[in-house]
Ligand binder design. Structure first.
Ligand code: PLP
Length: 456
């Protein structure tokens, strides 16, 4: 298709555009109030800012009161290429007019997607199955690990999130409604977090080797010795954009190889350009045995994938892999068009260009605000950690909540995470728009700091 490549351009004289006397406006409040009488279980993102959106285009969102916001969350890390990317929209519309569902029969479009996908992924990631949510892709990854190894125990890390079904919840922190107990055979390990290290070297920096040594000790003491795989998010999203130390994944890969454990990278949140690469694991030159893709994979259309390295690919035959909606024609169209858009529009490069702007700007903000304990980011995945005291690193949840709401009221839509501000703008953003977004956040942190008595 042909379209103006400036489709996602934002005129900063017109956006953000806040026209209602109150934000969220009266229409938003009224419609959301009615919806909450029926719909239960809203996320804190909505509860803290109950706006009702009507339209989205590129890096902007418009609500029912006519206010237009800049988007700094891509929904929930989903619309990586911006809202309603014309290539994706057209592809989905066309597919919907041709064929709705034919289970897992091959279609020409599906074949095109499969060949394109294995072509852009690193190494010998060759065996694919398509799903309709991140959770079902993660569950399939667990089944394939069991089938490939004949073993049944899984390790994951503190702070990880992998979805909300029976075994996916057992890979993360549990709560009372997740079951009577963690599913048997699932174990949690401490994850190296450079800002809050548990194991440190004499100089106070994180000691990755000590974590891995502890993993061995833990396996002997806690498991039955039937570990199939370790499952991790390359960069933790829900926990607050937690990045690993640079040496963690290469060392973990070696450890897995030596002990014959599979390495599963849950890249539902981090893949398809979010960090400036197709897979975040590429930043550490580490090839996982199994990878899950989601969110930005179809730029908003529910399509996800599990991809397995060649030596284990045949194991997919043994897990009853197909689902009703996985790989339906619209899903394949959305995923294929998203990859084509990334390629044709140089969007991995744009994510890197944005990172080159964001990182120094985040560092500058850290110097300016003493409630900022840490800043971090890769591509368009970033975090700002707010603390009451830089020495004790005590999390500052009240500041996190206030900054979230203030920023939204100033016209920037994003995601809260307690004391950590999580940022995931679309990778089609221009640097001048990114600068405007950071100005808004900077200003809101300054105001919050002052209000809470932490100002200069
Ligand atoms: C890393 C990761 N894995 C799995 C999931 C679950 O994906 P879904 O909500 O599509 O089921 C998520 C969702 O946020 C995620 O961030």
């Amino acid at each position: 298709m042909s379209y103006d490549i400036a489709w996602a351009k934002v005129d900063l004289k017109k956006v953000p555009r806040l026209v209602s006397p109150e934000i969220p406006g009266s229409k938003s409040r009224e419609l959301h109030g009615r919806a909450t009488r029926i719909m239960k279980g809203y996320s804190s993102q909505v509860k803290l800012f109950p706006v009702v959106f009507e339209k989205g285009r590129g890096c902007t969102l418009t609500d029912v009161d006519g206010n237009t916001y800049l988007d700094f969350s891509s929904g929930i890390y989903v619309t990586t290429l911006g809202h309603c990317h014309p290539k994706v929209t057209e592809a989905v519309q066309k597919a919907a007019g041709e064929l709705m569902n034919c289970h897992d029969f091959t279609t020409p479009l599906k074949l095109q997607l499969l060949e394109k996908l294995v072509n852009i992924l690193p190494g010998d990631l060759r065996g694919v199955q398509l799903y309709d949510s991140g959770t079902t892709a993660v569950e399939a990854a667990l089944r394939v690990c069991r089938a490939a190894t004949g073993k049944c125990e899984f390790l994951s890390c503190y702070g990880d999130f992998h979805g909300k079904s029976g075994h996916a919840v057992s890979l993360a922190r549990m709560n009372r409604t997740n079951g009577p107990a963690r599913a048997s055979g699932f174990y949690m390990l401490p994850r190296p977090n450079p800002y809050r290290p548990l194991f440190k070297k004499a100089d106070g920096t994180i000691d990755t080797d000590e974590y891995i040594r502890f993993f061995d000790e833990f396996i002997v003491e806690a498991t039955t010795g039937q570990v199939a795989a370790i499952v991790l998010e390359p960069i933790q999203g829900w926990a607050g954009s937690i990045f690993p130390p640079e040496d963690f994944f290469p060392k973990l890969r070696k450890w897995c190889d030596q002990r014959k454990y599979l390495l599963v990278a849950d890249e539902v949140l981090t893949s398809m350009g979010r960090t400036g690469k197709y897979l975040a694991m590429e930043h550490w030159n580490t090839l996982p045995d199994v990878v899950t893709l989601g969110k930005g994979f179809g730029n908003g259309f529910p399509v996800t994938a599990m991809v397995v390295r060649a030596p284990y690919a045949e194991a997919i035959e043994n897990i009853s892999a197909s689902t009703s909606y996985g790989g339906n024609p619209m899903a394949c169209a959305a995923a294929l068009a998203s990859i084509v858009a990334i390629e044709e529009e140089g969007l991995l490069e744009n994510a890197k260009r944005l990172e080159d702007f964001f990182i120094p700007r985040l560092e500058q903000m850290k110097r300016a605000h003493k409630i900022i304990g840490d800043v971090r980011g890769k591509g368009c995945l970033m975090g700002i950690e707010l603390v009451k005291d830089r020495a004790t690193k005590e999390p500052f949840d009240e500041a996190g909540k206030q900054v979230y709401q203030r920023v939204f009221r100033k016209g920037l839509a994003w995601i809260p995470a307690g004391h950590i501000l999580r940022m995931s703008p679309p990778i089609v953003m221009d640097v001048d728009v990114a600068a405007k977004c950071m100005d808004i956040i900077d200003e809101a942190i300054g105001e919050t700091e002052k209000e809470l008595g932490f100002g200069n």
